[in-house]
Design a protein around this ligand. Sequence first.
Ligand code: G1P
Length: 292
Amino acid sequence: MRKAVIPVAGLGTRFLPATKATPKEMLPVVDKPAIQYVVEEVVSAGLQDVLMITGRNKRPLEDHFDKVDGLEAALAKKGDDKKLAAVRHASELADIHYVRQGDPKGLGHAVLKGRQHVGHEPFAVLLGDDLIDPRSPILPKMIDVAERTGGSVVALMEVPPEAIHLYGCAAVEATDDEEVVKITGLVEKPSPGEAPSNLAIIGRYVLAPEIFDVLETTGPGRGNEIQLTDALQTLTDADGSNGVYGVVFKGARYDTGDKLDYLKAVVQIACDRDDLGSDLKAWLKDYVARID
Ligand code: G1P
């Protein structure tokens, strides 16, 4: 597998006014924009080709992953090798392509925009709001399951029952591998009582190219949008399909799509950093002790 698709056309209204002129994917998580963590995850899983599905006001993403000669020359002149390496790293990470979504018709529609670029190969989809801790990666296992079964694979995580309405939810059967389940049904953002389990889809997918034909004929679903979950539901029992599997994630995942979760992500990631962790933790302990 070589290719990953990252949909980044969302408006980021939950972070207004910060996202009035800055894409939400560019919000810093410590000292890197959130999107860079996602591209680094793609590269760590051995994929080199990234297609971003963008929209208006997303130019800063392209600039971030591009070379900036003037900045590099200035840092080189100052002898600031560390910052020079950090700046170059972003532009040398992967082979990144961009296509615009046009109408914002949902995640399924965004993925379908990748058809021309992806062609007839299996590919990964990563959603930028979910950050996966690089110490507990999930994509390599998902790629392995996709290669073994020829099917599509989603990342699943157990969530509290009161949170399942925020996610795609899976009905599953066990397989011989305790980390892997066979998916028998999927519901996008179920209302209370409608959820078949507490297994939520987190924003990582490995999709068989047959998904494109299904997406072409998938009508609007939840929120009047074309849902990737609905297309995957069709593949669970379609004739000739190799089916849909889930890898159950037990590692650390941070949600940066919501203000409170974003703040938690920044604090946790900073606490784990060699250069910041011990000072931040010491301050946090003192601060917490002073909170009522
Ligand atoms: C999307 C998917 C949903 C999935 C979620 C994971 O929803 O439609 O199935 O559970 O991502 O983050 P969104 O959060 O974009 O509304």
